[in-house]
Design a protein around this ligand. Sequence first.
Ligand SMILES: [Zn+2]
Length: 421
Amino acid sequence: MKIKVLGAAKEVGGSCIALETEQSKIALDYGIKLDGVTDEYPKNFDAVIVTHAHLDHSGSLLRLTKVRKKQAIVGSRITRDITVDLLKDMIKIQNEKANTFNINNQTADQVRDSWLPGENLQLPGMNVTLYNAGHVAGAKMVGVHSEGKTILYTGDFCIHDTEILEGCNLNVLPNEPDVLVSESTYGGKVRPPRDELTQQFLWKVSGTMKRWGNILIPTFAFHRSQEMAKRIDQAMEDGVLPHYNAYVITTLGRKITAHFNSNKQLFTKQIQQQEQPFTYKHVKSVERTSEIEEPAIVVCTSGFGHAGASLALLELWAEGEENTIILTSGFLPVDSPLKSAKEKRWFRAAQGDKIPVMARIEQIELSGHADQLELVQLVTKLKPKKTLLVHGDLPQAEALSEKIFDLTEVCIPEKGESISI
Ligand SMILES: [Zn+2]
């Protein structure tokens, strides 16, 4: 069997791994790069397995359907539904930017039509099994058994439980795989425990509430906005946070929230017991920033502040020193207004004006990725013969490699590199 790393080598973004035997050829993920410039992957796969709906794992599926009408795409049902929503949103944004983007919603619908939702797939000489990965709703790891060998591909994963989602269960994963292909996003980073981070978050929020400030929480439409709105809603319900005007603004997020409500079996037991867990009591879902009554706490998109309500509110609230902007992602792209606001204490408004930042900016990494301790825990438990580290910048992958080199043979592959086993 041959494993070829087609993307996410020594970087985050553009995940795609090809597995090939004499009889079958599959791709694990088919993503786009975060900067939008993505290489073309081969298209002659018998099946493409999609670990989860994030576009850096699924965004190139539109190219696949342009060539072949029927292509088997495999992944969980909610991953299918959310991927199609995210692809349609990407098509809309691309078409607004340039009329030359020759893809319409029909192509996204073809992705849906080609999708076989399920946890198992049998191909000639190859068995594929999906395992819960934590990370986001519907996320899976992929186990492949072929020619007497076992390969486990983690996709993005998280071992610890979050408020709404259980982490992945290491006990059900295949032991001693011949090859483990693991993400390494936070390979060099150890984070404080989740409880400590949520506590910190609630302190920052309540501190701002005491001075009647506004709280802006830019986030992503898929999973993070639902998780954040639920966190705030629950804290207000439990009396941990006082009642305050609270809103969530994201048109795309609303569609995704509907999938969350109709798939509550995927979430924690506590969530499953609630009738409509993602229909909030204290957090109002609105469409426009004009509907906000200040002072307020607002969860909105876009996650990096490039556009939408998060940019509009950043422009409105940055100069007020009573206000707080809470960043929950560890990563901010270089051109992100939020990165500039945090590091330079000014940013460019949509109209080009330079706006100074007087508001407090806090970064609390409520991430859905395994940190270094969890990555080492995975390798220690599974005892893979060989481990390929992907989906991590080189310093992160190298830091992890140093921690696990005595447990497994480690390789940080180049893009395009093939490994025969
Ligand atoms: Zn992801």
